[in-house]
Design a protein around this ligand. Structure first.
Ligand code: ATR
Length: 269
């Protein structure tokens, strides 16, 4: 029988995770089954218990269940604690579970391994201050950037996250022009074609503008960044693949090479 994994979400039909994990399994010469599981809001625990009772060996968790998953597990990795959210569940045996968070690792792996841009010594700006941003800040910091600034429409939320991690927060209107090497959009505005209110000058001299969302939801921001001088742009497909790879490694101890999977997904999916 194949080793069983799954991703839980609502909605979930669009998820690319099954194709990505099957590419990792090909690299490992392993036989895995990776399914999408739709759970009703409020019914995550029941769905997860059923999956693991039936022999599931690991799960990914996506919107809107990352906080439910945080409460579902018995133990948390430092990454999950810092993020306050769990996107990877690892069974520990005896009905106990460990929760981890591979989103930040996925972002860093994409920028450093797929784009080949080191983060060490760079000046990084992150737009947004929701759950998605909280999860990636500690992992970005571990790369030793020269500076990490958080800026958000609701300034107090940026100030809270910045204080929690010992970095700077600046109001959107006070961001310096031609200063940042890397600008990361971690807001959910792109999903409704909305841009954070950031001046074009912020993208002058910018090596990489990155949107943590993938596909059409990233286009409004990336187009604005390109027009405003960003030399390179990327949506979150590589981050999705990077987080999947780190989850796969947590479950199976095998570290997939994300670069060929990125090329495959761009071409085929
Ligand atoms: P997620 O889990 O995706 O981070 P979230 O916690 O709801 O979702 O956070 C969404 C983030 O996107 C917030 O930083 C939000 O800004 P506010 O804190 O001011 O609400 C930001 N956001 C959403 N829509 C936006 C828009 N149209 N313009 C600018 N920022 C937006």
């Amino acid at each position: 029988m194949s080793d069983r994994y799954a991703v839980f979400g609502n909605p979930i039909a669009h998820s690319k995770s099954p194709q990505i994990h099957q590419q990792f399994a090909l690299q490992e010469h392993a036989d895995i089954e990776y399914e999408r599981i739709y759970a009703e809001i409020g019914a995550f625990d029941e769905a997860a218990h059923r999956f693991f009772a039936e022999g599931g060996l690991g799960a990914n968790i996506t919107v809107p269940f990352k906080i439910d998953a945080y409460h579902f597990v018995d133990e948390h990795s430092e990454r999950a604690k810092a993020a306050g959210a769990v996107n990877t569940i690892i069974p520990l045996g005896g009905g106990k579970f460990l929760g981890d968070n591979s989103d930040g690792v996925g972002l860093v792996q994409d920028i450093t391994r797929i784009r080949n841009i080191p983060l060490e010594g760079k000046k990084i700006l992150i737009l947004g201050a929701g759950g998605a941003v909280r999860g990636v800040v500690p992992v970005l910091l571990a790369e030793n950037p020269a500076q990490l600034v958080i800026s958000n429409r609701t300034d107090s939320k940026a100030t809270d996250i910045a204080a929690a991690f010992g970095v700077e927060a600046l109001p959107l209107a006070q961001l310096p022009a031609a200063h940042f090497d890397i600008v990361i959009n971690g807001t959910s505005g792109g999903l409704s074609q909305q841009l954070p209110d950031v001046a074009a000058g912020v993208f002058q001299n910018c090596t990489l503008a990155y949107d943590m969302v993938y596909g059409s939801g990233a286009e409004t921001f990336l187009q604005f960044a390109r027009q405003s001088g960003a030399r390179q742009t990327a949506d979150g497909l590589g981050m999705l693949i990077g987080q999947a790879a780190f989850s796969y490694q947590l479950w199976r101890g095998f570290q997939p090479d994300i670069r060929p999977v990125f090329a495959y997904m761009k071409e085929h999916v």
